[in-house]
Design a protein around this ligand. Structure first.
Ligand SMILES: [Zn+2]
Length: 376
């Protein structure tokens, strides 16, 4: 069993591109793309390799987006086969990155090769936005390439991210949005003292407890057809000296919102601080917004993907906004329609990560169909 998509996937897996290293994966891709006539821009930001490749002269841009880096293998002794040696067994391809997401990268390349082989007259441009730091801190990758594109006044209209979106069979789930993530480190000040002399102290636990109760019972929104209601969770609460007779001087609380498109980070911050203020706390907050929510509810891209999956895989697909964040969060705010469509995600980041070998060809055919629908 072999195919161009499978072979390219294997070549990519042999390169040990543990985040943020690329180890030549991008060169392998850009060689194939420049042979097709793509213009390549290698964009290295600090220690991170990225590239932007574009085919065609005018018209709306359809971009494939993805990452060449992979998460560490963990103890490679625990793998059934060496993680960077692609191994086919019973129709499954094993190796780090097979599902997340070197298989998708290979399928994107072969889809373009098949599509352009017929020398179609394009109604737009085809692009690749590829990074090698999606699995890491994501500071010098997609976010920087998007800034670079904005400086050049280039706008992506449709963006297909190759993240492994599928649940049981390829194409059964596509992600048309993601919840936002907003975190906060809250410090509440009191006055340390002896438990026997509370009149001389001020207990920050006692002061913050009613405020936390209010925050945990607040309805932030009701969600909508695509998102569950916004959730608030306290993940850490640290306070106290360990001694039983000391009123602590400070309380440290860490909490996180996973929020829907019914809310904004600004509103959540404002409402949180209103509640804290109501309880007359002496406090500081350190907010961290790690991703805005986004939603591509309808439009040409979703429609093209749903039809392509039906044509190629003979299956109805389900739209979902579940799961963690992805680099789609950096592209969606530019106004692009963003969709994630990739292989089955059951083993991603695990020991013995694998993908059904045949699914990679199916994925390439689905990508090809999407190009036919949007670019002709
Ligand atoms: Zn990924």
């Amino acid at each position: 069993m072999s195919s161009p998509t499978l072979e390219l996937t294997c070549d990519l897996i042999r390169r040990q591109s543990v985040t943020p290293d690329d180890e030549g994966c991008q060169l392998l891709m850009t060689k194939r793309l420049s042979a097709l006539g793509f213009k390549i821009h290698h964009l290295r930001f600090e220690d991170v390799d990225n590239f932007w490749a574009i085919y065609g002269d005018s018209g709306p841009i359809f971009a494939f987006a993805g990452h060449t880096d992979v998460v560490p293998t963990g103890d490679s002794e625990q793998w059934s086969s060496p993680p960077f040696e692609p191994t086919l067994k019973d129709g499954m391809l094993y190796g780090r990155g097979t599902a997340d997401m070197k298989g998708s990268l290979a399928a994107m390349i072969t889809a373009c090769e098949n599509f352009l082989a017929d020398k179609p007259i394009l109604s737009g441009r085809i692009a690749f936005l590829i990074t090698s730091d999606e699995e890491g801190i994501a500071k010098n990758g997609t976010v920087k390439v998007v800034e670079w594109l904005e400086q050049r006044e280039e706008k992506i209209k449709w963006c297909l991210v190759g993240e492994p979106s599928s649940s049981k069979s390829v194409g059964d789930v596509i992600k048309n949005g993601r919840r936002g993530s907003l975190g906060c480190e809250l410090t509440v000040k009191g006055i340390q003292g002896h438990v026997a002399y509370p009149q001389l102290a001020e207990n920050p636990i006692h002061k913050v407890a009613p405020a936390l109760a209010e925050l945990t019972s607040e309805r932030w929104d009701e969600g909508n057809a695509f998102f569950p209601a916004t959730s608030f969770q306290i993940s850490n609460f640290n306070c106290g000296t360990g001694a039983t007779n000391v009123i602590p001087g400070e309380a440290h609380i860490v909490f996180n919102f996973r929020f829907s498109t019914e809310n904004t980070a600004e509103d959540l911050m404002r409402r949180t601080e209103e509640i804290l203020n109501k309880h007359h706390l002496d406090y500081t907050t350190k907010w961290h917004l790690s991703g805005q929510p986004f939603l591509t509810s309808a439009g040409e891209l979703v429609e093209a993907a749903v039809k392509a999956i039906k044509n190629v895989a003979k299956r109805d697909t389900q739209l979902s906004t579940a799961g963690g964040t992805s680099d789609g969060r950096f592209i969606a705010p530019t106004g692009a329609q963003v969709l994630e469509l990739g292989p089955v995600n059951a083993t991603i980041h695990q020991i013995d990560e694998c993908v059904k070998a045949q699914d990679l060809d199916t994925l390439s055919d689905i990508y090809h169909q999407i190009l036919l629908k949007l670019m002709r």
